[in-house]
Ligand binder design. Structure first.
Ligand code: ACO
Length: 445
């Protein structure tokens, strides 16, 4: 191959623009041109899809911080400017006006539904909220103290066994699975809570909206109907909307990777729920509240805790702070902060931990350690406080995150399966283990 004469990797499809320019890589006395292309909001990317074929090199990018694993038209994030849009619409506009199922439709189908479309979508979901009676027997097999995320991941995976007709690898639209997942996840989640406290499962009610129905299944008993407060239903609606989609985060990438083997939607979402569970991802909302309670009962002051989080060699982190992408402010945190104050005020909740949270935020935002590392409150910092105020048990916080994130996972799975560039996901590695060893029979070791 002659210098500067290598073929240029093919440009991407619309909406990304045609090649704007090329980037040249010099290696081993040769140079190689790679096309640069632009996303619809102007972000630039190098097309490295032919890197190995042309140069023999692979890229090494731990944590995928510089890797655009796909092209997507679902969500745009500008981490430097604190911008988040679903299908081109700013999150602030959506959170102020939409219902969660309206947003789910938008995210999954690409456009806001008109009134009949929304009615049909909501109607379908409402009619499929019950679980197959045999699924209930699964719950009896779980210990009472099982974490609800473990139960939810298992039961969602098991839906594939109950609906094999919606697991066809060639069904890239997956409509049957989509409706059932959106309809049944709140029921699965509420049953996991009921199981943990030894109360009978409460059937869904078709006259209630999505969030009110969830609260009903969580807190009603056969002896007493739980009356859903409007403030509570509204707060949940906003929280679900703000969690609904966030492009290639850990759980969404997991859903895509699992789905890239043509695994069915139930299996892929079950894996996404597991990925979400970790404390560095969705599990952070539970960790935030545990941290705040710890500060209240143990550390005595927010100041002391911040010093610990800053200390070199101490692995303590200020949970709910920092984000891989947002290096300015998490726009969702701004909206949640306001919702949090509204909930506390409307419900008249006295919250010592909210005071601690405010103090933590104040200290961290004026502390050189956090400023220099661009560490701001993320979506989890305030969501846990709202959940606590509306009576959600702590170990259900991440489950609620999963319920909110479901439309995003579904949309990403569908987009991937219908992408003309669809291939099984299969990253490479750089082997750094021993070389030239030989097998030694066990008697000679
Ligand atoms: N508290 C104290 N220090 C922190 C924090 C924190 N919350 N977050 C990052 N740092 C420090 C790191 O110690 C590191 O410092 P150093 O440069 O002196 O070594 C620096 O900031 C960069 O941190 P990284 O871990 O490299 O940042 P990364 O982008 O990989 O991690 C993450 C992002 C995982 C969110 C991290 O900020 C974190 O652990 N935050 C707390 C957990 C949390 O809130 N997770 C929820 C994320 S949002 C979501 O999933 C919905």
């Amino acid at each position: 191959m002659t210098p500067s004469a290598t073929p240029v990797a093919s440009p991407p499809d619309k909406p990304a623009s045609a090649t704007a320019s090329t980037a040249t890589l010099s290696f081993d006395g040769r140079s190689y041109d790679f096309s640069i292309f632009e996303g619809s909001e102007g972000e630039k990317a190098i097309d490295f899809s032919k890197l190995r074929a042309l140069t023999g090199l692979v890229s090494h990018d731990p944590g995928f911080a510089n890797t655009g694993a796909c092209k997507s038209s679902i969500t745009y994030i500008n981490g430097e400017q604190g911008i988040l849009k679903y299908r081109g619409i700013p999150i602030e506009e959506i959170a102020a006006q939409a219902s969660f199922l309206d947003v789910a439709y938008l995210i999954i189908n690409g456009n806001l539904p008109d009134s009949p479309e929304l009615d049909a979508f909501v109607g379908e979901i409402t009619r499929h909220t019950m679980l197959h009676e045999d699924i209930k027997s699964f719950y009896r097999g779980f210990p009472k103290d099982a974490h609800p995320m473990a139960i939810c991941s298992a039961v969602v995976g098991a839906l594939a066994a109950f609906y094999p007709e919606y697991t066809d690898p060639d069904d890239t639209e997956a409509e049957g699975a989509i409706i059932r997942l959106l309809a049944k996840l709140p029921t699965i989640a509420a049953y996991s809570y009921k199981h943990s406290i030894g109360q009978p499962f409460i059937y869904p009610r078709n006259d209630l909206d999505y969030t009110s129905n969830f609260m009903h299944m969580m807190f009603s008993t056969p002896c007493e109907e739980y009356v859903v407060d409007e403030t509570v239903a509204d707060a949940l609606n906003i929280l679900f909307i703000l969690h609904a989609e966030h492009e290639q985060n850990c759980s969404t990438s997991t859903v895509r990777l699992v789905g890239s083997s043509q695994a069915n939607l139930f299996a892929s979402i079950s894996a996404g729920i597991s990925a979400l569970w970790g404390p560095l991802h969705g599990g952070a909302n539970q960790k935030v509240i545990e941290m705040l309670e710890n500060i209240e009962s143990g550390y005595g002051s927010a100041e002391k805790f911040v010093e610990k989080a800053k200390a070199k060699g101490d692995t303590t982190r200020l949970m709910g702070f920092g984000h891989r992408v947002y290096k300015n402010y998490d726009p969702r945190a701004k909206i949640i902060k306001q919702a949090c104050s509204d909930v506390i005020e409307n419900l008249g909740v006295k919250s010592k931990i909210l005071e601690i949270a405010m103090r933590l935020e104040e200290i961290a935002l004026s502390d050189e350690y956090f400023i220099s590392r661009n560490l701001y409150p993320n979506v989890d910092f305030y969501s846990g406080i709202i959940y606590k105020a509306i009576g959600i048990p702590v170990n259900m916080y991440t489950v609620l995150f999963a319920m909110g994130r479901l439309p995003g996972w579904i949309a990403q799975w569908k987009e991937m399966r219908n992408d003309p560039e669809f291939r099984i996901g299969r990253p490479r590695q750089i082997y750094i283990g021993p070389v030239g060893r030989h097998f030694i029979p066990v008697q000679q070791r």
